[in-house]
Design a protein around this ligand. Structure first.
Ligand code: GDP
Length: 521
């Protein structure tokens, strides 16, 4: 493989708010030598509602962090870290970020264990067989038992665990971690931050007891026995298929265990992999360029209406000013000024490789899922719409603006944060969102950018499903469930089930139909 492509590691962090994503990202940037160089604040008129978590770093450290993607070098690799907006701004973009990566870091708070948002995001990783590396954070707090945490990951996240390190002690008495493969003990000294790595003969080495005390070492030895004797050893093939994950323990805020984690990422996580299209699989080191759009971000400055489209490059390389083929419209376009996102600033780039994420100016041409190639007519698959969880009817309050409202709803759904549906039995459009904050964003932007004042009336619903199967059955279903059925923007049939009972009834009565959780399911 081309060395430039082989050194790419494109990943995202899967976690629940407050698990430590911002803290660990900051440490990554520090290891990548990105943070030390920076020191200026770029004025940003962030009038948007969606504030990336990374902006916290920006505010606290006085550096400029563009949301969406950060890159940093480490140990000969070039890492691209794709943001997964997490707090109030959790939305469909968060899911879709996972379609653009080759691996994910699952970050778990040792006190809270596996939490809701992690479960939701892991569902997407599982669907895609994304390789996972797990970091259990906050070992300096009185967290759960090691074996409980591993058990929870296996049962709730449905992935086999292979601990690479095991902690000794916990909370205030956290002594450090033992590396199983290397038989080394890494001491934890929160006061001076100094870390010693001590080579041991094995878990019975008497120096462990001297350093950590007999009780902790006894507990550790039991866990060591369980892990090395009772669990399957790490299997790289299973890891690459997303069936088994290495597990590390540490404390991000104390910069403990982070370097080991990054080393493991560099060594174990795959470079860009083969991606499927509707025509053929595409290899990353093919000469021909190909990419897809996974995110569209409206300009944060309301005076400039243009947007940024984020591309994941899947094969070949891309040089500034080159012409590429936009498959959906069949047009050649010139990507004049792609930008990469280094933590120190947004930079115009001249060259990008498979695995990289670039942002390009979007005059309104792109949609989520669009494919760009050197001329070949093919479309990347696996960039679906994900089932929204909250729904509302949209009623226009100033009737003269109906055209503007329709345009606004269509354009904002192209950006991918809201989905737009046309009910079969009503002329009032319905919007669906993954995160509720998107309703506020939608209302605000329809008003400020399109002059349309709308009222959003929530539609209580159990779930939405894409209805697929033989045409006759789909037609019969649409008739029977007409009151709950709608068309999505691609004219696919969806059903908004008001309760679980109705869904189960449909599953029972329409065996030949599938009720999918994503548009490509
Ligand atoms: P995010 O919401 O996932 O981005 O989480 P943050 O990185 O903002 O961290 C949430 C809180 O947890 C902050 O107060 C951090 O200082 C704290 N935190 C992060 N890592 C650790 C850790 O290893 N130990 C302890 N005790 N606190 C941590």
């Amino acid at each position: 493989m081309n060395p430039e492509i082989e050194k790419r590691r494109t990943f995202a962090i899967v976690s629940h708010p407050d698990a430590g994503k911002t803290t660990i990202t900051e440490k990554f940037l520090w290891y990548g030598n990105v943070i030390r160089e920076a020191g200026h604040v770029r004025a940003k008129a962030n009038k948007s509602y969606t504030v990336s978590d990374w902006m916290k770093i920006e505010q606290q450290r006085g550096i400029s962090v563009s949301s969406s993607v950060l890159n940093f070098p480490f140990e000969g690799c070039m890492f691209n870290l794709v943001d997964t907006p997490g707090h109030q701004d959790f939305c469909e973009d968060t899911y879709r970020a996972l379609t653009a990566v080759d691996a994910a870091l699952v970050l778990i708070d040792s006190v809270n264990g596996v939490e809701k948002q992690t479960i939701r995001l892991m569902n997407v990783c599982r669907m895609r067989h994304t390789p996972i590396i797990t970091f259990i954070n906050k070992m300096d707090l009185d967290g759960r038992h090691v074996l409980d945490l591993l058990d929870q990951i296996e049962s709730v996240l449905q992935i086999k665990t292979a601990p690479f390190t095991l902690p000794i002690g916990v909370g205030k008495l956290f002594k450090g971690v033992y590396s199983i493969a290397e038989n080394t003990f890494h001491t934890f000294n929160p006061d001076d931050g100094k870390q010693e790595i001590i080579q041991m003969e094995g878990p019975d080495d008497p120096r462990l007891v001297e350093l950590c005390g007999e009780n902790w070492v006894n507990q550790f030895k039991e866990e060591y026995e369980m892990v090395t004797g009772g669990m399957d050893p790490f299997d790289h093939e299973k890891f690459l298929k997303g069936e088994m994950c290495p597990v590390f323990f540490g404390s991000a805020v104390n910069n403990f265990g982070v370097r080991q984690l990054l080393n493991a990422f560099a060594k174990l996580a795959p470079p860009p992999m083969i991606r499927d299209t509707d025509k053929r699989p595409v290899k990353p080191d093919e000469d021909a360029f190909s990419a897809f759009v996974f995110k569209i971000q409206a300009n944060m400055d309301p005076k400039h209406r243009d947007r940024t489209a984020f591309l994941r490059i899947c094969s070949g390389s891309f040089t500034r000013g080159e012409k590429v083929f936009h498959v959906r419209t069949g047009r050649d376009i010139r990507l004049a000024a792609p930008t990469a996102f280094l933590a120190k600033d947004k930079e115009v780039i001249d060259h990008a490789w498979a695995g990289d994420i670039v942002g390009i100016n979007d005059p309104g041409l792109f949609r989520i899922g669009d494919t760009l190639t050197d001329g070949e007519k093919m479309n990347f698959t696996g960039i679906p719409d994900f089932a929204p969880e909250h729904f509302a009817r949209v009623t226009l309050l100033n009737p003269l603006k109906s055209k503007q409202m329709a345009k606004g709803l269509a354009e904002l759904s192209e950006e991918g944060a809201t989905q737009l549906y046309e009910p079969l039995k009503s002329a009032v459009p319905v919007v669906g969102v993954v995160g509720e904050l998107q309703f506020d964003v939608l209302k605000f932007r329809l008003q400020s950018e399109y002059g349309a004042d709308v009222q959003l009336d929530r539609v209580p619903a159990h779930c939405i499903r894409w209805v697929k199967g033989p045409e006759a059955d789909v037609g019969k279903f649409a008739e029977e469930y007409a009151g709950d059925c709608m068309m999505d923007k691609e004219r696919n049939l969806v059903c908004l089930f008001p309760n679980e009972y109705r869904l189960n009834l449909a599953l029972k009565n329409y065996e030949r139909l599938s009720f999918a959780e994503t548009s490509q399911g």
